[in-house]
Design a protein around this ligand. Structure first.
Ligand SMILES: [Zn+2]
Length: 203
């Protein structure tokens, strides 16, 4: 997973891997596990978990090179059953990395996707993620009120900018920050590094 720049964050975010799936979860075999941690520790520390496909056939090309960070992965072979991400049965959309929202900070970042939130957090910027346009809910808005600035990070393509602008229309004191060249935060971080990522929001 170093190709995605995740090595150092795996421990912090509790990332795991389905090495031996329990009965009923066989189709999640080999997937990356992303826990949704709550700010408070203890028994209820994990609100849910999501799975992310990291199958070689999907994330590497025919030469064994990772598509990331410059090319799109190809999950078409299992698209009929599940996409790049998969939740637990009956789960509802949630915000990712909510501990960032109880960090003392005048600003916070909102990204589309868990891994993008992680790289901002890795760059010492409080950051949260949502699961995509279809998974945005109006009750996600109040946690973002009261900040001096909410930076909504748009992936550098038309769909990304459209989604970010829709979020900005709902969140006061928010600014859409667009990453260039079709990059998402993760790709940008991988290519340009920590300081350049912070520079995107003027830090
Ligand atoms: Zn896949």
């Amino acid at each position: 997973m170093n190709a995605r720049g995740l090595g150092p964050v795996a421990a912090k975010f509790g990332l795991g891997w389905v090495g031996s799936a329990l009965t009923g979860h066989e189709r999640r075999q080999g997937m990356l596990v992303i826990p949704y941690m709550r700010p408070a520790g203890g028994e209820n520390a994990v609100a849910t978990i999501r799975f992310r496909c990291i199958a070689d056939e999907c994330v590497k090309d025919e030469n064994g090179e990772f598509y990331a960070p410059t090319r799109k992965e190809d999950h078409s072979r299992h698209k009929k059953w599940f996409g790049k991400y998969w939740g637990l049965p009956g789960d509802v959309p949630r915000l990712y990395n909510t501990p960032a929202l109880v960090t003392a900070s005048p600003y916070v970042v909102l990204t589309e996707g868990e891994f993008d939130a992680q790289v901002w957090d890795m760059a010492d910027v409080p950051a949260t993620g949502y699961q995509g346009t279809d998974a945005w809910r109006d009750h996600f808005i109040p946690p973002y009120l009261g900040y001096e600035r909410v930076f909504i990070i748009a992936d550098g393509d038309e769909a990304g900018i459209k989604a970010a602008e829709a979020r900005a229309a709902q969140i006061p004191k928010s600014t859409v920050v667009s990453l260039k060249d079709g990059l998402d935060s993760n790709s940008f971080f991988h290519i340009h590094g920590r300081d350049a990522l912070r520079g995107v929001i003027g830090l």
